[in-house]
Design a protein around this ligand. Structure first.
Ligand code: DND
Length: 222
C-alpha cells in the first residue's frame, strides 16, 4: 500500500456515517365527549336544563351543546314556531350562568328543515376528535323509528335517553338511559300559561321569563 492509498483509507475510515434513527411519534390525544341537546326551544325551560346537567354529570361529558333547530323536521303547519333569532336569544339567557353549556348554531345557520342525520354527519366532519352523545327526552324515544336515516344515525352518535312523565322509554335502538328527576314541563304548557296570564316563575329561568314579558311573546299571536 503506497502513501496515497494509506491516506485514502484513513480518510474513509474517519467518515462516520450516523445511524438512521426512526422516531415514531405516538399521539395519545384524549377524545372529547360532548352531549348535544337538539330542540326547538320555544321557549327553553327548566326541564331542558335539568336533563342536560344530569346527563353531563352522570356520563362525565366535557360539555353540553344546546342546538336549536331552524325548522324542526317533523313540524307541521299547526306547530307554529317563532323566529330562530328569538329562540337563540332565550337560550343564551337560559344557559348564561353555566360555563359547561354552549349553543351550537349549525342548524340555525344552515337554515331550512334540519334532519339530525345530516347535521351530525357535518358536525363529525368538523370535529373529528369528538364523540357525540345525542340527548333526547322520553317523547322522542318512541319517535326514533320515524327519524330520517335512523339506522345510519345510531352508528354516528350515542343516543342518551331521559325519562319524561307520560312516555314509555322502550326502544329497539341502542340508547343509554340516564336516571334524572322527571319534570312535567313542556314548551307548549309555558306558551299556554303566558297566553292565559298564569305565572311561569320557576318553570323557566328568571332571565327567560323577563325576556318573554318584555317582548310580549306568546300573547296576541306573537
Ligand atoms: P323537539 O322539537 O322535539 O325539541 O326536537 C328534538 C330534537 O329532535 C331536535 O334536534 C330535532 O331536530 C330532532 N328530530 C326530531 C324529529 C325527527 C328528526 C329529528 C329527524 O332527523 O328525522 P323540544 O324543544 O321540544 O325539546 C328538546 C328536547 O328536550 C327533546 O329531546 C325533548 O324530548 C326533551 N324534553 C324533555 N325531556 C324530559 N323532560 C322534559 C322535557 N322537555 C323537553 N320535561
Amino acid at each position: 500500500m503506497n502513501r496515497k492509498e494509506r491516506r485514502d483509507l484513513s480518510k474513509q475510515s474517519s467518515v462516520i456515517t450516523e445511524p438512521e434513527i426512526l422516531i415514531e411519534e405516538i399521539r395519545t390525544s384524549k377524545r372529547e365527549k360532548v352531549g348535544i341537546l337538539g330542540g326547538t326551544y320555544n321557549p327553553p325551560h327548566m326541564g331542558h336544563l335539568v336533563m342536560a346537567d344530569q346527563v353531563k354529570d352522570q356520563l362525565d361529558l366535557d360539555k353540553i351543546l344546546f342546538m336549536p333547530t331552524a325548522q324542526p323536521p317533523h313540524s307541521s303547519v299547526e306547530k307554529k314556531t317563532i323566529s330562530s333569532d328569538i329562540r337563540v336569544e332565550m337560550l343564551d339567557l337560559a344557559i348564561q350562568d353555566n360555563p359547561d353549556f354552549e349553543i351550537e348554531l349549525y342548524e340555525v345557520e344552515a337554515g331550512g328543515k334540519n334532519y339530525t342525520y345530516n347535521t351530525m354527519k357535518a358536525l363529525i366532519d368538523l370535529y373529528p376528535a369528538v364523540d357525540f352523545y345525542f340527548i333526547i327526552g322520553g317523547d322522542m324515544i318512541s319517535d326514533l323509528p320515524y327519524w330520517y336515516k335512523i339506522d345510519e344515525l345510531v352508528q354516528l352518535v350515542q343516543f342518551v335517553g331521559v325519562k319524561r312523565p307520560g312516555y314509555e322509554e322502550e326502544s329497539d335502538y341502542p340508547i343509554i338511559m340516564v336516571d334524572t328527576p322527571t319534570l312535567d314541563i313542556s314548551s307548549s304548557t309555558i306558551r299556554h300559561k303566558v297566553e292565559i296570564d298564569c305565572s311561569i316563575k320557576y318553570l323557566v329561568p328568571d332571565a327567560v321569563r323577563e325576556y318573554i314579558e318584555l317582548e310580549g311573546l306568546y300573547k296576541n299571536d306573537k
